[in-house]
Design a protein around this ligand. Structure first.
Ligand SMILES: [Zn+2]
Ligand SMILES: [Zn+2]
Length: 375
């Protein structure tokens, strides 16, 4: 039934419109923030719409979280990035337009309905044909795309997204969280959810979460449904927050020896390192228990992590990194978060205040997660 139609969902300044059309009118533009070239300031511009690819969706963005990794775009350090480029890979919005090939399959009609609630995360799509994809490891696709680097991201009123990158979200998610509170689940939340889900643990094990920031405050909520969580931070004012999120205890590493504290409890079976400080990460590693697993989800670029070879040997402990999975993994994370009432603590910004919101994140003074909203 959709074969010859293009459908649109537009609201906010354009008011809701769902109907049949050959395309957006020429004078309709999308406001967005972009980096013109490395080391230049962000600029807010209005750009016209382009033709939609046959396997793409156009999404009307309602919220887009600022992730620490957005700085790779301004620094010019993400390999292969073409400029100008729009950042943003924690996106919540609604389908505005559907690629023609996606409308040919009647079985997908429910998935691809104009107005449906969707998200976009760090994984910007996969090829479904390489050996990794054929083995079901879509996140490790040899042709993998990254939202906001391989193609434009969601700090924009509208974003074009390959079908394989679209996160489908049940409307129930909005009963317990706002668009902005959901957005960080598309990268920060999905990353720590995957890290905890794929760790070896038993109920009652101790999990140490290093850092109570954008990643850490979500890790505390997710892990506290499974394990005893001890939050570690050098910012003593974060104690009340960590406890309110479900932590069994808070260790102020500026005042006490966190390793000694956790060792007295028997050691941590899991250590999730979330704050991007190589010295703070290195300092907490000796808190690992026998057969424990240390997972680095932070993107610390301030120097190498130092780890004692014997610490890992004697404890038969594992040290690994972990990055966000693909859309299917994030759907599981958001479904779990909805069931448990888990959501991000956010501060909302308008697009006009993007630079202020970004610099707040880079100074590490953000109130956990800064999110650009498009009402
Ligand atoms: Zn991210
Ligand atoms: Zn592939």
């Amino acid at each position: 039934m959709f074969s010859d139609m293009k459908l649109f969902y537009i609201n906010s300044r354009f008011s809701l419109y769902v109907g049949v059309s050959s395309g957006f009118s020429d004078d309709l533009q999308s406001n967005l923030v972009q980096c013109k070239r490395p080391h230049e300031q962000w600029e807010i511009v209005s750009l016209p719409f382009r033709d939609l690819g046959s396997t793409e969706l156009l999404i009307r963005v309602h919220a887009s979280g600022i992730c620490n990794t957005d700085h790779f775009l301004m620094d010019g350090t993400w390999p292969g990035t073409q400029y100008p480029r729009v950042p943003g890979h924690e996106v919540i919005g609604r389908i505005a337009q559907i690629g023609s090939d996606l409308m040919k399959n009647p079985s997908k009609a429910d998935r691809y309905a104009v107005g449906s609630l969707v998200g976009v995360g760090w994984n910007g799509g996969f090829c479904a044909q390489c050996e990794c994809c054929r083995n079901g490891d879509f996140w490790s696709c040899t042709e993998v795309a990254y939202t906001g680097f391989s193609h434009d991201g969601g700090h924009a009123e509208y974003v074009y997204v390959p079908e394989s990158a679209v996160i489908h979200i049940a409307e129930e998610a909005l009963e317990t969280a706002t668009y902005a509170e959901l957005a960080p689940l598309c990268c920060a939340g999905a990353t720590v959810f995957g890290a905890i889900l794929t760790s070896k643990w038993s109920p009652g094990d101790i999990c140490a979460v290093q850092g109570v920031g954008g990643l850490g405050h979500l890790a505390i909520q997710i892990a506290s449904n499974l394990e005893k969580v001890y939050a570690i931070s050098s910012t003593s004012s974060k104690k009340a927050l960590a406890i309110s999120l479900g932590a069994s205890g808070f260790i102020d590493s500026s005042k006490e020896d966190a390793v000694d504290y956790i060792r007295k409890l028997g050691g941590a079976k899991l250590i999730i390192c979330t704050a991007p400080s190589s010295s703070q990460i290195s300092a907490i590693l000796p808190a690992i228990s026998k057969n424990g697993m240390i997972t680095l989800v932070a993107a610390a670029t301030d120097g190498p992590i130092k780890v004692d070879n014997l610490l890992l040997n004697i404890n038969r402990a594992a040290l690994r990194g972990f990055a966000c999975g693909c859309a299917q993994d994030t759907e599981k994370c958001i479904s779990y978060a909805t069931a448990k009432g888990i959501k991000a603590k956010v501060r909302e910004f308008s697009l006009e205040n993007f630079t202020e919101a970004y610099e707040d994140v880079m100074r590490n003074t953000a109130n956990l997660r800064n999110v650009v909203v498009f009402p």
